[in-house]
Design a protein around this ligand. Structure first.
Ligand code: URA
Length: 215
């Protein structure tokens, strides 16, 4: 008498699964446990990628670096910043006596983007909960944002990178008691394309080093 509304049932099931996924995101206490959740998240970007790229470095670090998205080499290895931009990042870090193995390095988007394009605002928003959860679990003292995508995700401001450099910003999510200090700099890929910006990046690194020495 009552016809089955299969579409409605399917929608209910989908909504239920969504609620379950969001709940478990909040419950996650270790960064590695984000892996199945991200794999489970249905994104067309996944089809374009060989491996998910979540993080490299130290999950107890007080410094978090956030880039944009994996490129070809990162996708091959499943690790962030291992290609030419990564080589430059390693050199930049060692210039202020930091080693990447002591830092937590991640990206705004965990999947490679088609033709290496920049992520859309919608994609940034879509993956933001995973990034926020990493921050809440890691509880870094300092976040170093490399490039526009990371700036959009974390500072959510219409200001551009050059307006945001050279000052300390604060980041806090609803689940955090204290805010994290945030500094903005050029993405290493931008520095490879425009080496004249390296001087500015060096100034940013020195600001980072100064802050680390204060702590
Ligand atoms: N560029 C990024 O933003 N992230 C990487 O992991 C590699 C290149």
């Amino acid at each position: 008498e009552t016809p089955n509304n299969l579409l409605e049932d399917e929608q209910k099931e989908k909504n239920h699964n969504k609620v379950k996924a969001i709940k478990s995101l909040n419950e996650i206490a270790e960064i590695k446990d984000l892996i199945p959740l991200i794999l489970n998240h249905n994104s067309p970007l996944r089809k374009n990628s060989k491996n998910m790229v979540l993080f490299d470095g130290n999950t107890k670090s007080k410094i978090m670096i956030i880039g944009e998205a994996p490129g070809k080499e990162e996708d091959e290895h499943g690790l962030p910043f291992v290609g030419s931009a990564g080589q430059l990042l390693n050199k930049m870090l060692s210039a202020i006596q930091l080693e990447r193995k002591n830092i937590y390095i991640t990206n705004t988007i965990p999947w490679k983007l088609p033709q290496n394009r920049a992520p859309t605002d919608q994609e940034i928003l879509e993956f933001l909960p995973f990034l926020q959860r990493q921050i809440e679990i890691l509880k870094p003292k300092i976040i170093y944002l490399l490039g526009t995508a990371a700036v959009k995700a974390i500072l959510s401001t219409p200001l551009n990178l050059s307006d945001l450099r050279e000052k300390w910003h604060d980041y806090k999510s609803i689940k955090m008691d204290t805010s994290v200090k945030v500094l903005v700099s050029h993405h290493p890929s931008t520095l490879l394309q425009s080496p004249k910006l390296k001087k500015e990046a060096w100034n940013d690194l020195q600001m980072l080093q100064k802050k680390l020495n204060e702590n």
